[in-house]
Design a binder for this molecule. Structure first.
Ligand SMILES: *[C@@H]1O[C@H](CO)[C@@H](O)[C@H](O)[C@H]1NC(C)=O
Ligand SMILES: *[C@@H]1O[C@H](CO)[C@@H](O)[C@H](O)[C@H]1NC(C)=O
Ligand SMILES: *[C@@H]1O[C@H](CO)[C@@H](O)[C@H](O)[C@H]1NC(C)=O
Length: 443
């Protein structure tokens, strides 16, 4: 039957084209940007002032994009709030927003800038991508008008979204993602009704994208990896480091390792806000990172990554930690447990009093077991083992079990003194329903 041959030919042809264009590795770039902030004001700036300020930031980003491109980078990620900062109300951010269309419209703003109204920021980002033949990832603000026919429409007649955009190496808009999990202080933006799962294919693998606080949640972060099977995640963030558990570099690199994907994390840089810590993380290693509390400068970093880490022979097989955890017997030791707060969560702790030992600490359903040896037990240091199983409720609500199962092991010791070692786990099923669906709600 002649008809059945035809689809086979098509499939064969498509396969050949794919394999010719495909790259086994690619060069990723991230830029930690010290954002030039606008004046803190109650009165909104004019559109001209807003564009002027955004252009100052894009001038800096442009240097980073050019430098990355000359060093062979295929894609560059710039930070959340990287083009106008974070000091806004709902009204004062408005002049900074642009109408960002859905990528299905097939738009190259650089060659057709007026097609969707005045969009100077999208035009410039698109030209940066096109002129330097590099994918450019940026975080900007989207505005979408609405009216009384929509019962959720904010009273000022528009939705305002924290939005990531990606322009491909021809300058075409290929991705638009509205941040789903806004962080509590982001009163300038609205929560989108539904979580978007934004992916796009390139010759160097399948990409997904989400923003900052999204990393704590199931949607869209875990879904992009488990269901959509992305190879690499683009991650603009404006993350302020909170010790001991929420420091950018360890947290983000651990997420990449646990999820088995590449993560390209670009943080904003502002030392007084403790914002620093960007990096390029592969499932098997931290490829490059930057952490700088000394200067107020930005920093570009590049690294070569596997395009499809899942198809590598070295890709780690999944481990059944639950089976391992259930087989563990608690250590019995004479110890005094005490409560202690970490970022508003009450942990149960026990002090590690000697230079070697075995301890178990439990809270609710969770027990943590530790076997350790220190090179020296110094009198000016205190180490403790702690467990937490509960709902975190400050600056967002999310259920933590630090951690239901899993194992951290270092047989050869650590190259540097250890500040903290943690198994950080989320129990998505125990989260409260999602809050803050309305305009301007911060909690
Ligand atoms: C910030 O203030 C300066 C001086 O007061 C002014 O020249 C500038 O236009 C303002 N910038 C914005 C974005 O409002
Ligand atoms: C860092 O952020 C704070 C708070 O938004 C701001 O007041 C300060 O000027 C920023 N620092 C720099 C160097 O821009
Ligand atoms: C800890 O437990 C292991 C067995 O799991 C034992 O070999 C070791 O001696 C114990 N260490 C201390 C300091 O009690």
């Amino acid at each position: 039957m002649i008809t059945s041959y035809f689809p086979k030919y098509v499939a064969l042809f498509a396969l050949l084209v794919l394999s010719v264009g495909a790259l086994d590795t690619f060069i990723a770039a991230v830029y930690e940007h010290a954002v030039i902030l606008p004046n803190r004001t109650e009165t909104p700036a004019s559109k001209e002032e807003a564009v002027l300020l955004m252009n100052k930031n894009i001038d800096v980003l442009e240097k980073a994009v050019k430098l990355a491109a000359t060093q062979g980078a295929h894609i560059i990620v710039t930070p959340e709030d990287g083009i106008y900062g974070w000091v806004f109300t709902r009204e004062t951010i408005y002049p900074y927003l642009e109408d960002i269309p859905h990528p299905e419209v097939n738009w190259i703003p650089c060659t057709d800038p007026q097609r969707f109204g005045y969009a100077p920021v999208q035009e410039r980002l698109s030209c940066l991508a096109k002129d330097n033949s590099i994918y450019v990832v940026a975080n900007i603000g989207d505005k979408k008008p609405c009216d009384a026919s929509d019962p959720k429409c904010p009273s000022d007649g528009r939705y305002q979204y924290n939005t990531d955009v990606v322009f491909d190496s021809q300058g075409k808009l290929v991705a638009r993602y509205h941040k789903y999990n806004l962080f509590a202080p982001e009163i300038q933006f609205d929560f989108p009704k539904d979580s978007e799962f934004v992916t796009f294919d390139t010759p160097f693998g399948k990409f997904g994208i989400f923003t900052c606080f999204d990393i704590f949640s199931h949607d869209p972060a875990v879904v992009l990896v488990n269901k959509f099977q992305v190879d690499s995640v683009l991650y603009p963030t404006a993350w302020y480091n909170t010790l001991p558990l929420l420091s950018a570099v360890p947290f983000h690199s651990a997420w990449a390792r646990a999820m088995g994907v590449n993560l390209l994390a670009a943080n904003t840089h502002n030392t007084s806000m403790h914002m620093t810590g960007s990096g390029i993380y592969a499932p098997e290693a931290v490829k490059v990172y930057h952490y700088d509390m000394e200067t107020e400068s930005g920093q570009l970093m590049l690294s070569e990554l596997k395009s499809r880490p899942r198809s590598e022979p070295t890709y780690p097989a999944p481990v059944d930690w639950s089976a391992y955890a259930k087989g563990i017997k608690p250590f019995l030791s004479e110890q005094l447990d005490f409560p202690g707060m970490i970022y508003f969560d009450e942990f149960t702790f026990t002090e590690l009093k000697r230079n070697a030992g075995n301890y178990t600490v439990c809270q609710k359903d969770l027990c943590c077991h530790l076997t350790y040896k220190m090179s020296e037990k110094r009198t000016d240091e205190v180490y403790a083992l702690g467990a937490f199983d509960g709902l975190h409720t400050v600056e967002g609500q999310y259920y933590l079990q630090v951690s239901r199962d899993g194992r951290l092991q270092s047989r050869s010791g650590a190259p540097l003194p250890i500040l903290v070692m943690a198994l950080y786990g989320r129990v998505f099923e125990k989260d409260p329903p999602r809050l803050g669906q309305g305009p301007g709600k911060s909690q």
